[in-house]
Write a protein that binds this ligand. Structure first.
Ligand code: 6PG
Length: 477
């Protein structure tokens, strides 16, 4: 027998992806640098399907039917290059290397280009959904050459998550690095979602005066409405959890310094390069970084802040409802920014990414899966060339309905001294976008004053400069 697909790198993500393929009826070749991992997989899960355990790279490649489909599931970065270097010489034109790690899309572009010259199809494939998703159905974002999807696509469609309407959560995103780019922005949005949820939690705790258990109930209620999502659901679980050792709420015994592996940071770095304002995602990345500065935080403990105003039970409940509005409105903004970045990346690299298809495959399997994605899908269905999610009538109407509460929440947070960088950045983005005039005109004036950088006029074409140091007359630049 020969295998339809092979997986090398059998840490938990690789192992679960391999099992997922096998459970769906594919014969899966297995390979891992340390052979014991391969044996363990076959011992523990061999009855789930057909596996071919290979001990060497040669054996692994020989086990694969042609054209070969070889999935790499190793740590992003140098390990990925090392594995490619090991296998590429053993492959033939038409074979496929699929990188399922969280690679930087620029690395994926570089690898795709190099392998293309050898006739090998390189597919950078974003996979979301964590360990459970890999096993039971992830959301999958493959890039690479379109023709690779002809034979790979049906297999991915089988192992992927399915949305509520049965549609598989996978599509060919676009050539070369498009898949990893979209996965990167997915993670940026994930950071923003998590930050906004964190701010909602902190407000309910500090302003409404709720306990973690009470807040868990609030999130459970929210999860039955328009905020229905995986992240809200697990937030309720985490908040309801009690530490066995101390009997305290679990959230109170965890060190409040958030870590990151870097995909959210990449989203912001690339957005800066592309000139896309992803302020909500940036605030989420900075909030994690601020939390980690233990020394700086310790040194700031004595700084002045307002005294909290206690709320009555009814006031607290009304406030919680407002926080839901603020969270929802801010979420619309985060997604607006994330989708803008995907559009900008697609334009820059000529990927022709279908934003509606992206929202569709995020409806199931991935970390940001949510009822909300159905509405984004509907927005792009209604208008494929939507300039921004905020231009969708439904979202615009919802924000219009939420904005009073959104503003009140930011005011209350400011008054009570609770940091809400996500909520306020989202609101600032919204207000700046809808403003008729921006102080950017003044910025241009300043730039022209100190550096003769020139400006454009609202009433005439061309570039102009004012002779600030002279008689202040205007000249054409
Ligand atoms: C997913 C996740 C996954 C992972 C990230 C986030 O889509 O399944 O995004 O890729 O959990 O690495 O991790 P950090 O918070 O550590 O950056």
């Amino acid at each position: 027998t020969t295998a339809q697909i092979g997986v090398t790198g059998l840490a938990v993500m690789g192992r679960n992806l391999a099992r997922n393929f096998a459970r769906n009826g594919y014969t899966v070749a297995l390979h891992n640098r340390t052979v014991s991992k391969t044996r363990e997989l076959v011992e523990n899960f061999g009855d789930e399907g057909d596996f071919i355990a290979a001990e060497t790279a040669k054996e692994f490649v020989a086990a694969l039917e042609r054209p070969r489909r070889l999935v790499i599931m190793v740590k992003a970065g140098d390990p990925t290059d090392a594995v490619i270097e090991e296998f590429a010489p053993l492959l033939e034109p038409g074979d496929m290397i699929i990188d399922g790690g969280n690679a930087h899309f620029a690395d994926t572009r570089r690898r795709e280009k190099a392998l293309r010259e050898q006739g090998i199809h390189f597919v950078g494939m974003g996979v979301s959904g964590g360990e459970e998703g890999a096993l039971h159905g992830p959301s999958i974002m493959p890039g690479g050459p379109k023709e690779s999807y002809d034979s790979l696509g049906p297999m991915l469609e089988k192992i992927s998550a399915k949305a509520a309407d049965g549609a598989p959560c996978v599509t060919h995103i676009g050539p070369d690095g498009a898949g990893h780019f979209v996965k990167m922005v997915h993670n940026g949005i994930e950071y923003a979602d998590m930050q906004l949820i964190g701010e909602a939690y902190q407000l309910l705790r500090d302003v409404a005066g709720y306990s973690p258990a009470q807040i868990a109930d609030v999130f459970r209620t929210w999860n039955t409405g328009r905020l229905d999502s995986y992240l809200i659901e697990i937030t309720a679980e985490v908040l309801a959890h009690v530490d066995a050792a101390t009997g305290k709420p679990f959230v109170d015994v965890v060190v409040d310094q958030a870590e990151q592996k870097g995909t959210g940071r990449w989203t912001v770095q690339i957005a800066l390069d592309l000139g896309v304002p992803v302020s909500g995602i940036a605030e989420a990345v900075f909030a994690r970084s601020l939390s980690g500065h233990a020394g700086l935080r310790a040194a700031s403990q004595g700084l002045a802040g307002p005294k909290p105003t206690p709320l009555s039970e009814a006031e607290a409940a009304a406030f919680a409802d407002r926080v839901e509005q603020a969270l929802y409105a801010s979420k619309i903004v985060s997604y607006t920014q994330g989708f803008h970045e995907i559009q900008a990346g697609s334009d820059e690299y000529g990927w022709d990414v279908d934003l509606g298809a992206v929202s569709s495959i995020w409806r199931g399997g991935c970390i940001i899966r949510a009822a909300f994605l159905d509405r984004i899908r509907a927005a792009y269905d209604a208008r494929a060339d939507l300039p921004s999610l905020l231009s969708d009538e439904t979202f615009a109407r919802e924000i219009a309905g939420a904005q009073d509460d959104w503003r009140e929440v930011v005011i209350a947070a400011t008054r009570e001294g609770v940091a809400v960088p996500g909520f306020s950045a989202a609101l600032a983005y919204y207000d700046a976008l809808r403003a008729e005039r921006l102080p950017a005109a003044l910025t241009q004036g300043q730039r022209d004053f100190f550096g003769a950088h020139t400006y454009r006029r609202v009433d005439r074409e061309g570039a102009f400069h004012t002779l600030w140091g002279g008689d202040r007359s205007e000249v054409t630049a």
